[in-house]
Design a protein around this ligand. Structure first.
Ligand code: ADE
Ligand code: ZN
Length: 336
């Protein structure tokens, strides 16, 4: 029996579904609240952690957007991002593709550049000091209008060389991907690589819309695809990556427990599945913990762990040479 804990720690990984605002640990939230004189509804770290009990996606988002209000300056965004990168390095993350939600900040009067500059400076420092490569993906908040998303895209256009992709997050129910067709058409024309959250709480039809109407390269979550056999066939045939977030899915009641999670079934179906942490400060674990708890709950084999790590690089937006290099490093661990 392999030492799964050690194997998972040693496994080179790419993280492809991580909201940087979701890495705001209560300790840093308290510090930034003090530094910026922003009121927060918690008087201690313990009280904040106790409040992190969610009944569904929306109940999480309410708390998550409130927490983000402590992020005001370029230094705040730097500190947030660098703290995440240090944790990722401890989990042997070699490459990360992080989401940020500009509207969460610009709607509070924070300049787009302040957010982007702080995050990017930390990513560059992480590349230098921790050897973690990166891509940045800007998400549109789907509970807001398509016009607001278009205005956000316009703000991003002068920074095209700094932002690799666009994504779609926030409240999924009643906000189908089709609502953002024009925004995605324009974003793709401008050279942004498209991804979208779909099939987390929303129906398989939203996954189809993300593929057919938004023409996405990856589906974030996508776990509800198993309800539609034809859709699964297509996702397998086209090897569309699904960036699955097991601890998130349990915290947000997509599955009752990790034992009930369908990740094993997704792998068995031949889908290109990856494991990610989504909003680790709120969901109880970073990527290593997601791998470990899922391995234990579902009894994943070392071959399945190898597949998941390989998939994380294959599904990334890295150039092919870099992908081959990382996959070689993954495979080396399994040679004897
Ligand atoms: N924003 C942050 N985390 C999210 C998730 N899991 N689903 C949708 N929007 C999000
Ligand atoms: Zn997400």
């Amino acid at each position: 029996m392999p030492d799964f804990k050690q194997l998972i720690k040693d496994l080179p990984k790419a993280e492809l579904h991580l909201h940087i605002e979701g890495t705001l640990e209560p300790e840093l939230m308290m510090q930034l609240a003090e530094r910026n004189q922003v009121p927060i509804p918690y008087s201690s770290v313990e009280e904040a952690r106790r409040a992190y009990e969610f009944s569904d996606l929306q109940s999480f988002l309410d708390i998550y957007y409130a927490g983000a209000a402590v992020l005001n300056t370029r230094q705040d965004f730097f500190d947030l991002t660098y703290a995440y990168l240090e944790r990722a390095a401890a989990d042997n993350v070699r490459h990360t593709e992080i989401f940020f939600d500009p509207q969460t900040h610009t709607d509070r009067g924070i300049e787009f550049d302040v957010v982007l500059d702080g995050i990017e400076e930390a990513l560059k420092a992480g590349q230098r000091n921790l050897n973690i490569s990166y891509r940045l993906i800007m998400c549109f908040l789907r509970h807001l209008s398509a016009e607001a998303a278009m205005a956000t895209l316009e703000q991003a256009l002068p920074h095209k060389h700094r932002i690799h992709g666009v994504g779609l997050d926030s409240s999924e129910k009643d906000h189908p991907p089709a609502k953002f067709k024009a925004v995605y058409d324009r974003a793709r024309d401008a050279g942004f690589l498209p991804v979208a959250h779909a099939g987390e709480e929303g129906p398989p039809e939203y996954i189809r819309e993300a593929l057919d109407i938004l023409k996405v390269e990856r589906i974030d979550h996508g776990v509800r695809c198993l309800e539609d056999a034809d859709l699964v066939k297509r996702l397998v045939a086209e090897q569309v990556p699904l960036t699955v977030c097991p601890l998130s899915n349990v915290k947000l009641k997509v599955f009752d427990t990790l034992v009930d999670h369908n990740l094993g079934a997704l792998l068995d179906a031949g889908l290109c599945v990856t494991i990610n942490s989504d909003d680790p400060a709120y969901f109880g674990g970073y990527i290593g913990e997601n791998f470990l708890q899922t391995q234990q709950a579902l009894g994943l084999s070392s071959a399945q762990l190898q597949q998941l790590a390989r998939n994380s690089f294959t599904a990334s937006f890295l150039p092919d040479d870099d992908i081959s290099h990382h996959i070689h490093d993954v495979d080396r661990l399994f040679r004897d």
